[in-house]
Design a protein around this ligand. Structure first.
Ligand SMILES: C[S@@+](CC[C@H](N)C(=O)[O-])C[C@H]1O[C@@H](n2cnc3c(N)ncnc32)[C@H](O)[C@@H]1O
Length: 272
């Protein structure tokens, strides 16, 4: 079954055919990948073959593996995902590394905002990794908020969730603002993989009004008004944004530093 699954996905030109066949066959059998290999001599029943076949056909139509299995790992924890939310990306973990470094285990209460929470990956991880944090997670999508709340409950994270359109109407001040806002322009959408373009939520991907810096500007303005003394904004950037990000922050009177992701691409603006 595994061999046929691999062969089927390779014929469909999926570069990760071997790994994906293992993940999808394991999922069809109700196992994880490790247990699949421990159960290689276990007989399979017709219903399992049908389940695997359906998953493979959907994968061949470029549905992302994470939506087919319903989960994706972020910072070492399994998050539930479905087409209501962006699939968490490994490069977004840099926001958490930087937040932890800035936080340094301080003991006083730290008010954290995660703007555009999606699956809740940043809010939940911040709540679990930063001691004495009080995390507010906002999104305009009700579907995202309900999935994020389920992730927080399952992973035992204390997070307050709120539906809001933009950050400006939120009350109070924050020590830390984290965000991975939508920054893709419609013009760039042709270059996206079909997995992303056709299956991930447009609301999570595309910047309003075709302006990749829309949220960067609003978040920088928000940070200038609402960050506590010594506080930080960490905002993820699209590849084309890095060259403008420091100017945007400096023209709002903020300090700015760019951080590279593990691939060496400037990925996060730090502002204060
Ligand atoms: C790129 S996704 C990031 C999701 C998650 N934080 C992550 O890093 O995987 C951006 C999120 O911003 C939300 N969003 C889009 N427009 C918004 C708005 N006007 N107000 C609040 N959230 C918004 C989307 O629903 C989506 O969940």
């Amino acid at each position: 079954m595994l061999a046929r699954a691999r062969e089927f996905l390779s014929r469909k030109d999926l570069p990760e055919a071997r790994l994906e066949a293992e993940l999808l066959v394991a999922h069809a059998l109700g196992l994880d990948r490790l247990h699949l290999f421990l159960a290689l001599d276990r007989p399979v029943v017709a219903a399992e073959v049908d389940r695997a076949r359906e998953l493979l056909v959907r994968r061949a139509r470029r549905e992302p593996v994470a939506y087919l299995t319903g989960k994706r790992e972020f910072y070492g924890r399994a998050f539930e995902v479905d087409p209501r939310v962006l699939i968490p990306r490994p490069e977004t973990e840099l926001l958490i590394d930087l937040a932890r470094e800035w936080h340094g285990g301080r003991e006083e209460p730290t008010r954290v905002l995660d703007f555009g929470t999606g699956s809740g990956c940043l809010a939940v991880t911040a709540a679990l990794e930063l001691s004495a944090s009080q995390v507010l997670a906002v999104d305009v999508s009700d579907g995202a908020l309900s999935l994020a709340a389920a992730n927080a409950a399952r992973l035992g994270a204390q997070v307050e969730f709120l539906r809001a359109d933009g950050p400006e109407g939120l009350s109070g001040r924050f020590d830390l603002v984290l965000s991975n806002p939508p920054y893709v322009t419609r013009a760039e959408s042709a270059a996206l993989a079909p997995e992303v373009r056709e299956h991930e939520p447009a609301l999570a991907l595309f910047a309003p009004e075709g302006d990749p810096d829309h949220w960067l500007r609003r978040l920088v303005r928000f940070a200038a008004e609402r960050l506590e003394e010594g506080g930080r904004l960490f905002c993820e950037l699209g590849a084309s944004q890095a060259e403008r990000a420091a100017d945007v922050a400096e023209s709002a009177g903020l300090g700015a530093l760019l951080h590279d992701d593990p691939a060496g691409i400037p990925r996060v603006l730090e502002s204060w």
